[in-house]
Write a protein that binds this ligand. Structure first.
Ligand SMILES: [Fe+2]
Ligand SMILES: [Fe+2]
Length: 288
């Protein structure tokens, strides 16, 4: 049985109306207020509700979200996200993004994992990441790139130890003939991230993929559509970056977006959907 799922990313959910988030913002969160105000203008949580509606319309098996579910990684934001994902009425898989570990405190308290751990249940090698969720012949493999960083810096890192575990997991799943879908927040293609916005150990990640392969890599972070391939041991591995799920921009390639995937070993199809200001419009299906 193929796995049918929607991939979206960077939903940056925010409830400014009466939001208790304000009281958590302090001076250490440089630019926090500005960030929230600008998010409120540029993103709409209503688009995420529409994505959930489409998930039901397409009768997908899951909704997959590659990070940046919050803005400042505050507890009230995570509470809102948890409620939204629970209310979605469709199983959800998440991985963290840089905004989900915006402060050292949020990392120290493992806030993302504490609130959203139920959406990351899976096989592990003695650490939170990566985790692997099996659905018949398909494996979703969740990687974390989330590290706290200085304000205005949005870099990420997988880290040597996690890369080692990822390598073993990919090898195992590959030898079992599973279709391996790697979920990661930051882009993994060279040269696509903005300055101070990229994956610090991108080369090391690429080497793990080159050695062990994967059938598909999905990411977000840049709030724009990014497509390419990474070398694998056999055929190149498709890499798809999706635009932010809640972005109101009508700039080409940056529109709010989600993708509908059908994945089985040897057969992957995708339908990209983008927001045209009043609806998510579907592009013709593509096979990978
Ligand atoms: Fe983002
Ligand atoms: Fe991000």
């Amino acid at each position: 049985m193929p796995l049918r799922f929607i991939h979206c990313s960077d939903i940056h959910l925010l409830d400014l109306a009466g939001s208790s988030a304000w009281q958590f913002i302090n001076k250490r969160l440089t630019g926090g207020v500005n960030l929230l105000m600008s998010r409120g203008r540029k993103h709409s949580g209503g688009l995420f509700d529409r994505i959930v509606m489409h998930a039901h319309e397409f009768a997908v098996d899951r909704l997959v979200i590659t990070g940046d579910v919050t803005n400042l990684a505050l507890a009230p934001e995570f509470a809102l996200v948890k409620q939204k994902l629970t209310d979605a009425g469709v199983p959800v898989t998440v991985v963290p993004g840089n905004h989900d570990t915006y402060t050292r405190g949020s990392v120290r308290n493992r806030r993302f994992e504490a609130f959203l751990g139920e959406f990351m249940v899976g096989e592990r090698d003695g650490a939170d990441y990566p985790f692997m969720q099996r659905f018949g012949d398909v494996a979703l493999i969740g990687v974390s790139t989330a590290i706290p960083s200085l304000p205005m810096v949005a870099v990420g890192r997988v880290g040597g130890e996690q890369l080692q575990r990822l390598s073993g997991m990919l090898e195992r799943a590959g030898s079992e003939g599973l279709a391996r879908v790697v979920l990661i927040h930051h882009p993994v293609l060279p040269g696509v991230a903005k300055p101070r916005h990229g994956l610090l150990d991108l080369d090391a990640f690429s080497k793990v993929i080159a050695a062990n392969g994967a059938e598909l890599i999905l990411h977000g972070h840049e709030h724009r559509r990014i497509e390419g391939t990474l070398p694998g041991p056999g055929k190149p591995v498709p890499v798809h970056g999706v635009g932010s799920g809640t972005y109101l921009s009508q700039e080409t390639g940056r529109q709010g977006a989600f993708s509908l995937y059908t994945v089985a070993p040897g057969a992957i199809t995708r339908v990209y959907h983008w927001w045209n200001g009043s609806a998510f419009v579907a592009e013709p299906p593509a096979a990978y």
